[in-house]
Design a protein. Structure first.
Length: 395
């Protein structure tokens, strides 16, 4: 078997393979058995027709094609092993010559995991981070949230009054804690949802203790007074207004730290993507686009809509959406390849123990979660987190 490899653009390789006549003939017996077992001819039980009868009815090609199927599987495996490549999609196979008593000739094209030539990533990361900004929560920050909480608890005397649902949603986050989870495919590739678990949760019941504050036309709005009773309305963890202020301050600080971390990591990845050369296979970009589309569909459904309604509202087809997302998909795919390569270089790999700890959380919170898929996802997420933390702290 002769195998010639040629590198093609966009991360594809092409193998030209020749299976000499003598070697090709070694597949005959197995191929005939396969063909024979699938046929039922007049005068013979299924799987018992002799070769000359089969060939007379269907021609030599029915057996030759099965011989080719067997040969190309072996050829493909051998080509991958010899040239140490990692395919990222199904191969495209073309048989260029097949005839009885002749060598088999075929061409295999397949997109492969591209080579990632990393730049001086530690130096670039350090330059991207710059001087770390000081995180401060001011009295005004706290007061602004308290005012939003008051508005969220306001009552009005008219049915056609202005809705404060949005205020309620935004301000409650500062007392309940923040979920900054990501989809696992962003530049950071990390789900931060678990970072703030364990913080006090505030129950958002309506309080009847209100006083007149302002009016909108005939709609008299009543805002609760900022006192200990107001704080206690958010749950048993708040005995006084000072307790509420303390929790708001704590969560504001967490939020600001989170935003600062995301900003640093985004700057690092932007720089690394810009400085890294990758001949990206089309199949990897398409896979990322399909992942983004799947996530979007899931989000739409979760918020009570249908995908058809979303497409109608956006006046776009799925292909148009994917076209709009293409640059972002390529950047996200590059980011993941870069993180993967740095993880290998620095030996920053998630351990089985770390994965098991997070797996318990996932299986407890996600109904009918597939354990193997969850492990694979967590491996990537936790490994990415290690790499990003390493890059943030590069000196």
């Amino acid at each position: 078997m002769k195998i010639e490899k040629k590198d093609l653009p966009k991360g594809e390789v092409e193998f030209k393979i020749v299976v000499e006549e003598k070697e090709f003939e070694t597949y005959h017996a197995k191929a005939f058995t396969t063909v024979q077992s699938s046929l039922e001819l007049d005068g013979f039980r299924k799987g018992n027709a002799p070769e000359n009868v089969i060939v007379k009815k269907y021609g030599d090609m029915i057996i030759l094609e099965e011989m080719a199927n067997l040969a190309l599987r072996d050829a493909y495996t051998k080509a991958i092993d010899e040239h140490k490549i990692l395919p990222v999609a199904e191969p495209q196979i073309t048989i260029t010559k097949i005839a009885k008593g002749n060598p088999l000739e075929l061409t295999i094209k397949v997109p492969v995991m591209p080579e990632v030539k990393l730049p001086a990533y530690k130096k670039l990361a350090k330059e991207s981070v710059g001087t770390e900004e000081k995180i401060e929560v001011t009295d005004k920050d706290i007061q602004d949230v308290l005012e939003e909480l008051r508005k969220g608890r306001a009552t009005e005397r008219e049915i056609h009054s202005h809705s404060h649902d949005e205020h309620n949603h935004n301000s409650s986050a500062h007392t309940e804690g923040h979920d900054h989870s990501h989809d696992g495919h962003d530049h950071e590739g990390h789900d931060h949802a678990h970072e703030h678990e364990g913080h006090d949760h505030v129950h958002n019941e309506k309080t009847e203790k209100t006083i007149p504050s302002t009016s909108l036309g005939t709609n008299e709005i009543h805002l609760p007074e900022l006192n200990d009773e107001f704080a206690q309305s958010f749950g048993e963890n708040f005995k006084s207004l000072d307790d509420l202020k303390s929790k708001v301050s704590e969560n504001l600080k967490l939020e600001k730290e989170q935003k600062a971390r995301e900003k640093r990591r985004s700057a690092i990845m932007e720089k690394l993507v810009a400085e890294t050369k990758i001949d990206m296979p089309e199949a990897i970009i398409e896979n990322e686009l399909n992942s983004m589309l799947s996530q979007m569909k899931s989000d739409v459904t979760r918020f009570g809509g249908t995908w058809e309604e979303y497409l109608t509202h956006s006046s776009k087809t799925e292909e148009q959406l994917k076209s709009d997302w293409r640059k972002d998909a390529e950047k996200r795919a590059m980011s993941q390849l870069i993180l993967h390569r740095i993880a290998e270089a620095e030996k920053l790999i998630a351990t089985d123990e770390e994965i098991e700890v997070e797996l318990v959380r996932v299986l407890a919170s996600v109904q009918d979660a597939d354990e193997n898929r969850a492990k694979s996802y967590l491996y990537q997420v936790l490994t990415n987190e290690k790499v990003l933390k390493f890059l943030e702290e590069s000196k």
